[in-house]
Design a protein around this ligand. Structure first.
Ligand code: FMN
Length: 177
């Protein structure tokens, strides 16, 4: 590999990493609701409870995610491909008119696997993206299967035949298997 990274190849290689799919919602200072499909979401820290996601700097929604503002991450269920594509459009008015009615609270995407209510803790520069770090203030979760994104297509998660539960936040000594 040389220093001249081809943008298409870079996209394809980044896309090999399988992720879940989220819709992040918030409100501009005017109260206008915004929602963005994002697969850059990641958990960061348990104590304090922090998450991050990355937003394109050219996003029309950027000012809804200024430091201190409330936002909500909705982890999509398998059946929510339609919502994923709806919020991936560059357009105003992704929410119905009623969503303007509840000032302050980030709009709800119904039927998600979980919702994490957050406050923007920090913004960091990340090239053509802005890294948004949020402190989790409230959680709500339901049941269901997650929507997965890999190689530019949506799919489902299939556990291995003898999959064991692994606690990723704990440190183990000894052998895993
Ligand atoms: C599966 C998927 C994942 C995406 N992940 C991100 C992301 O992590 N960050 C981002 O800025 N845009 C991401 N996008 C694109 C945005 O959803 C889209 O550009 C955005 O909704 C544009 O609207 P806006 O200008 O109102 O922000 C993703 C799109 C798809 C389909």
């Amino acid at each position: 590999m040389n220093g001249d990274l081809d943008a298409r190849v870079l996209r394809d290689v980044f896309g090999l990493f399988a992720t879940g799919v989220t819709v992040v919602t918030g409100r501009k200072a005017s109260g206008e609701p915004v929602g963005v499909t994002a697969n850059s979401f990641s958990s960061v820290s348990l104590a304090p409870p922090l998450v991050l996601w990355c937003l394109q700097r050219e996003s029309t929604s950027l000012d809804a995610f200024a430091v201190g503002r409330a936002f909500a991450v909705h982890v999509l269920r398998l059946e929510q491909e339609h919502e994923a594509m709806h919020f991936a459009r560059r357009a105003a008015g992704k929410f119905p008119q009623q969503a303007f009615a509840a000032p302050g609270a980030p709009p709800l995407v119904e039927g998600a696997l979980c919702r994490l209510d957050c406050a923007v803790e920090a913004q960091h520069p990340g090239g053509d993206h802005t890294i948004i770090v949020g402190r989790v203030t409230r959680l709500a979760s339901g049941a269901g299967e997650p929507l997965v994104f890999q190689g530019g297509v949506f799919g489902r998660f299939a556990p291995l035949p003898r999959a064991r539960h692994v606690e990723a936040w704990e440190t183990f000594s000894g052998d895993w298997f």
